[in-house]
Write a protein that binds this ligand. Structure first.
Ligand code: HEC
Ligand code: HEC
Ligand code: HEC
Ligand code: HEC
Ligand code: HEC
Length: 496
């Protein structure tokens, strides 16, 4: 930049270019100012980059002993404030939350038949936000009216302190011991200062390493379950915290709880039944080999299974999993705060947040995305209704066969078919996305449920029917006029 006038083409002769002292001073000042501005800009960019890379400036220290999310909130206010919003209520067509979670036994009365003879026929509600998990567990009739084990706490509270306390510092050992305790005993355990060991629902410490803030798995049930699954897939000695990729961890932290489980044996060891794989029939096979049943059906007497929220299992069969899309991608999408990308810790239905949850990948309108999700869910719902009708009619037929005097050996086939139908219908009903997580897999499983239920009904009707001499087949006209192969008309190349 110079203070000289622009060369004037009209000027007679160019003056020799000479720098005046004034020009030099001005140039120096201008250069200095520009350098300063550039440096300031660079510093600012650098700071923001730093901010984005290490959002971990700490005003308070957090350690393995820091369970209260409020303390963590001093360091990470954005994550903490969105985490607090899991108390919020907002419905979607099939999901979201209510202040008073809907009683599913009233909404779908056939569930009372499905769970006849089991605690789920007392109280079974819609899920809501994470903030409520401990309260909702303590208040369900399933806990108030039936004895439940300490194993229930594993997915409804920040449990590391109680596991450490009971296991003398050994989490795995504490887990084993707490599983076997009665629920209220485990829930009310106190430390040496007389403070309750179970105080908070799911907290920061359950998904994050307090030193590095890296994602980590803390739940013994999942550590054991994923190890068994990997061994089945040929990977020996899998350690999820050592071997999983970051993107996998963005799913696995949720799969600590959003999975099928059962309590194994007298010790009530919380177990994820994945040693044969995680597809619906692979889990069924596991239970068959293990000899496990959840309850004896109150109407038919069939030994049957109960499915529990298999979100991870169903998601794994869907197109999004296949495309590498994690739970956190949809349920904890990024929000921009200044230069930082912050993960939304208000875990909820993505259909309440389509712009961030879906439009980062799908460049189509919110309305169309909602329609596509509803399209899958409405069809799933229609198939569930059909499967429920088929299931109920099967139960009626088995009950009638019992009334007519049929007993165990004759009913075995019908019972077996009931168990298969029940497991599949429940697997999809208990999964919380209404088919969205894996649409084709959902339809396949419900089609099998309908088929097994109708076969079961037929088996029961056959038992009930008095064994008579098989009737003569009706006279049938023999098939005529079939041209034998060698008399087929000649092909073109055979023609003269
Ligand atoms: C591609 C996006 C996507 C991915 C990936 C995804 N979900 Fe979902 N999820 C949804 C949608 C959409 C719904 C339906 C919400 C509704 O009906 O309001 C849903 C529903 C749910 C619900 C019930 C929510 C409610 O409000 O009732 C839970 C729980 C859930 N998902 C957990 C998971 C878990 C755990 C994973 C990973 C194993 C996962 N999701 C992966 C999109 C996703
Ligand atoms: C493997 C983890 C896990 C274990 C163990 C577990 N839960 Fe849950 N529970 C969940 C998840 C995930 C949800 C939310 C999804 C849903 O409602 O389907 C839930 C929801 C609930 C709800 C609210 C919805 C409803 O079903 O009415 C209650 C109540 C509940 N659980 C009670 C219990 C009891 C009692 C036990 C012990 C017998 C138990 N849970 C053990 C993970 C678990
Ligand atoms: C410690 C176990 C645990 C972990 C870990 C966990 N959840 Fe949950 N989740 C639950 C329970 C229990 C409920 C039901 C709470 C209730 O109904 O009171 C629930 C409810 C939900 C809901 C329903 C919210 C609503 O508004 O209806 C969604 C969605 C969900 N979880 C998704 C996730 C995702 C995504 C992750 C991982 C980022 C995750 N959860 C991690 C146990 C867990
Ligand atoms: C259910 C598991 C879960 C819980 C509980 C949880 N987080 Fe996170 N958090 C995540 C996931 C998933 C990410 C994304 C990490 C990634 O992509 O590597 C994350 C990311 C973060 C990050 C990194 C920056 C960002 O926003 O992506 C911070 C900081 C953080 N969480 C703080 C907290 C605090 C504070 C709490 C408690 C109030 C908390 N988290 C509770 C799952 C959880
Ligand atoms: C991280 C990227 C990503 C996110 C986030 C995402 N999707 Fe997808 N979605 C995909 C990919 C990839 C496919 C597979 C089709 C393809 O390759 O184009 C897909 C497929 C689908 C399909 C067809 C699925 C089927 O079962 O037929 C629907 C519907 C869909 N997405 C809706 C949604 C909705 C609604 C959300 C938000 C809740 C969402 N997606 C979030 C990447 C994403």
């Amino acid at each position: 930049m110079s203070t000289h006038p622009a060369p004037d083409s009209a000027a007679p002769a160019p003056r020799p270019r000479r720098w005046s002292t004034r020009a030099l001073v001005t140039l120096t000042v201008v250069t200095a100012v520009l350098t300063f501005l550039a440096a300031a800009l660079l510093v600012s960019i650098f700071q923001r980059k730093q901010e984005a890379q290490t959002p971990y400036f700490r005003s308070v220290e957090v350690t393995e002993a820091t369970i209260d999310p409020k303390t963590w909130g001093a360091n990470w206010p954005h994550q903490y404030h969105s985490y607090l919003r899991t108390v919020d209520y907002q419905r979607t067509r099939y999901g979201g939350s209510d202040a008073v979670p809907e009683q599913l036994l009233v909404k779908d009365p056939w569930l009372k038949t499905l769970f006849s003879g089991y605690a789920f026929s007392l109280d079974y509600r819609e899920a809501r936000g994470h903030a409520h998990m401990l309260l909702d567990q303590e208040h369900t009739e399933r806990v108030l009216k039936r004895p439940q084990p300490g194993a229930c706490l594993h997915c409804h509270a920040s449990v590391l302190p109680v596991y450490r306390h009971v296991g003398d510092g050994d989490v795995m050992e504490g887990f084993m011991k707490v599983n076997a305790m009665p629920y209220t005993e485990a829930r009310n355990l106190k430390d040496e200062h007389g403070d309750l060991l179970v105080q908070h629902p799911l907290s920061c410490i359950d998904c994050h390493d307090p030193e590095t803030m890296q994602l980590r798995i803390t739940r013994p049930g999942f550590l054991n379950g994923i190890k068994a699954l990997k061994a089945h897939q040929g990977v020996e000695d899998y350690d999820v915290n050592r071997d999983a990729t970051r993107q996998e961890m963005r799913t696995f932290v949720c799969a600590q709880c959003h999975v099928e489980y059962y309590f194994k044996g007298e010790q009530k060891t919380l177990t994820y039944p994945w040693a044969n794989g995680i597809k619906v029939e692979e889990i069924e096979k596991y239970y068959e080999e293990d000899g496990h049943i959840d309850f004896t059906h109150g109407v038919t007497g069939a030994p049957v299974l109960k499915a529990q929220h298999p979100e991870f299992e169903l998601w794994s069969q869907g197109i999004h999993a296949r495309s590498g899309v994690s739970c956190a991608d949809c349920h904890m999408p990024y929000v921009r705060v200044g230069a930082m990308k912050v993960s939304d810790h208000h875990v909820r239905s993505p259909l309440l947040n389509i712009a961030r949850a879906c439009q980062t990948c799908h460049r189509i309108s919110e309305e169309e995305l909602l329609n596509r999700a509803h399209n899958i869910q409405d069809k799933t719902r229609a198939l569930i209704d059909r499967a429920a009708t088929a299931y109920t009619e099967m139960v009626d037929a088995i009950a009638a066969a019992k009334t007519a005097g049929a007993e165990e050996p004759q009913l075995k086939e019908a019972w077996d078919l009931q168990r298969r139908a029940q497991w599949r219908l429940d697997f999809i009903y208990a999964e919380n996305s209404k088919g969205f997580h894996a649409s084709q897999e959902t339809a396949r499983i419900l089609a099998e449920a309908i088929d097994f239920a109708r076969q079961g009904e037929l088996a029961a009707l056959t038992v009930r029917a008095k064994p008579e001499a098989p009737p003569e087949p009706p006279p049938a006209e023999p098939v005529q006029g079939v041209t034998p192969a060698e008399k087929a008309p000649p092909g073109p190349k055979d023609e003269p």
